[in-house]
Write a protein that binds this ligand. Structure first.
Ligand code: GSH
Length: 214
């Protein structure tokens, strides 16, 4: 298996794909794409005409898009989603919500694990996104977590979809008090520390004008 992915520091969709593969426990190779540098677009197009990372090459099968990769891996490892059907439906809903929403947060709080301490002014739209995430965490923890530390008790794709959100809130110091415990749990997870360590060692810098697309 081979995962074509962008920078660990900037490419939140790529990191989601990587987290899913790490959680699957299957051996896989990573092919890094230095986003917006040199022939990067051709490198992506060589793997898929969709033209975006992440892309998973699993034998003869190519899967483009983070959520499609998550579903593909969940077919082989159903435990990547919660076992309970109602919890699983909820987890799929909030994962899809992340995938298609949180536009203001994605634009104004670009993922950058190396920028901890940077301050930005939070717009009303971004505040709405932050509040929505806090509400999701609160609902999951009260309805589904069964006193476990992840959104649905055990680590699932939903936690992986929101880990980059946790990272953004941490970078810009805007984590709501009410969800600090969950966010700290995510940041302490060994796989998240591994991701931050790799991202910290990357040398590429993506310019401000490109960041919205990363
Ligand atoms: N919905 C897609 C989004 C993928 C995406 O936007 N990837 C960005 C990097 S995070 C990309 O490939 N940008 C490079 C480009 O647009 O040329 C997913 O979930 O995988």
């Amino acid at each position: 298996m081979r995962l074509l992915m962008g920078n660990y520091n900037y490419s939140s969709w790529s990191v989601r794909g990587w987290l899913v593969l790490k959680a699957s426990g299957v051996p896989f190779d990573v092919e890094n794409v230095s986003l917006f540098k040199g022939e990067y677009k051709q490198q992506i197009l060589n793997a898929s005409p969709a033209g975006k990372v992440p892309i998973l090459v699993d034998g003869d099968v190519t899967v483009a898009d983070s959520l499609a990769i998550a579903e593909h891996m969940a077919e082989k490892n159903p435990e990547l989603w919660p076992a309970d059907a109602a919890a699983r439906a909820h987890a799929r809903s909030i994962s899809a919500e992340m995938h298609s929403g949180f536009v203001a947060m994605r634009e104004t709080l670009p993922m950058n694990t190396r920028a901890t301490g940077r301050r930005v002014s939070v717009t009303a739209e971004t505040r709405n996104d932050i509040d929505r995430f806090a509400a999701i965490v609160a609902e999951c923890r009260s309805r589904f977590s069964n006193r476990g530390e992840w959104l649905y008790g055990d680590y699932s794709i939903a936690d992986m979809m929101y880990a980059p959100v946790v990272s953004r809130l941490h970078t810009y110091g805007v984590t709501p008090e009410s969800i600090t415990e969950y966010c700290e749990h995510v940041l302490r997870a060994p796989v998240v520390r591994e991701w931050f360590a790799i991202a910290g060692d990357e040398s590429d810098v993506i310019e401000k004008s490109e960041v919205g697309q990363a």
